[in-house]
Design a protein around this ligand. Structure first.
Ligand code: PCA
Length: 326
């Protein structure tokens, strides 16, 4: 009778030792992100996590917490900086309050297509990477949203048509844009967009066809005016000391997967633009090419904002623009 349990025990011992050893090597990283699961950025990041897991044989597992579920969007950077989480994603231009150079990609009509956005990133990256490093943060990869368009209930023919409209914004630059155009800005995170419209807190917005279609914009606005005003980016950063603690081979795997994710993300973004505009059209929205008067008016707003930005961004801003114009 006694011999059977003893045999089972001796069979189980090596099993326990092995799993303990595996546990000692395996690490799990919680990763907060701001946008919902269906967002192509989130899809790309989930693939990045999968790539890291595959490449490291499970030594590093990244658990993605999307839609601001672990940390709210405005808290994500400091959560990574403070080491509460080792890695996270956020909208780069949210950091423009620290230094205006972080806001370059949200300047109206500075870079409005993917080629220019790539040039702008090439000029911006070497300037913001050291600023992040000073906070013990490492930039892993950055992916743009499709060009930003205008969502309204009525047709917009001139900047004047925006006067007094309650306007959903997502960063300080867009808030300034809305104010300059005479609209009334309110900051709303992406997961809260449908409710903000349905309760009447906002009645118009500027965002990508991705966010418009994913929020089912046709439920609350009728017009998408394709103004292609700027191409803003998200960034994934990692806490430097968390990264340094990883084995060399795991570090290499993370950097490789990041490179792949950046390339894949840019391609996904390009594909999104036409696909999501088509979905909005199918759902009955009017897709409008802006008239010259509207564009001239919006560009004037952009010009005055760029002048202010140059002043705020100082030498770093000058270097960035020089790199971009090269
Ligand atoms: N979607 C995000 C950021 C830019 C975009 O296209 C948003 O609307 O907040």
């Amino acid at each position: 009778m006694k011999r059977v349990p003893r045999m089972i025990c001796s069979l189980l011992v090596p099993f326990f030792v092995l799993s303990l050893a595996a546990l000692a090597f395996a690490e799990t990283w919680d990763m907060p992100t701001p946008y919902p699961d269906a967002t192509f950025h989130t899809v790309n990041i989930i693939q990045f996590a999968e790539d890291v897991k595959q490449a490291t044989g499970g030594k590093l597992e990244i658990k993605v917490h999307s839609a601001g579920s672990l940390f709210k969007h405005p808290e994500i950077k400091n959560a990574v900086r403070g080491g509460q989480v080792p890695i996270g994603e956020f909208f780069v231009s949210l950091l423009s309050n620290e230094n205006a150079v972080f806001g370059a990609d949200s300047q109206p009509f500075l870079a409005t297509n993917y080629d220019d956005a790539a040039k702008l990133w090439a000029a911006q990256k070497p300037i913001i990477a050291p600023l992040l490093e000073r906070q013990k943060l490492m930039a892993l990869f950055s992916v743009p949203w499709p060009p930003q368009g205008l969502y309204t209930k009525k047709e917009i023919n001139t900047v004047d048509d925006l006067k007094g409209i309650k306007f959903r914004t997502y960063n300080a630059t867009l808030e300034k844009f809305a104010n300059t155009a005479g609209a009334a800005p309110t900051q709303v995170e992406v997961p809260d967009i449908p409710q903000a419209f349905s309760t009447g807190r906002v009645e118009a917005m500027i965002t990508s066809p991705s966010t418009g279609a994913n929020s089912k914009a046709w439920d609350f606005v009728e017009y998408f005016t394709d103004i292609q005003a700027w191409v803003p980016k998200n960034i994934v950063v990692v806490n430097k000391s968390a990264f340094d603690k990883l084995d060399k081979d795991v570090q290499t795997a993370v950097l490789e997967a990041a490179k792949t994710a950046e390339m894949r993300g840019w391609e996904m973004s390009k594909k999104e633009t036409a696909e999501k505009i088509a979905i909005m059209k199918e759902n009955g929205m009017n897709i409008v090419t802006p008239n010259a008067e509207l564009m001239d008016g919006l560009k004037k707003v952009g010009d005055s904002m760029l002048a202010d930005w140059k002043e705020a961004a100082g030498k770093d801003g000058e270097a960035l623009l020089q790199g971009y114009m090269k």
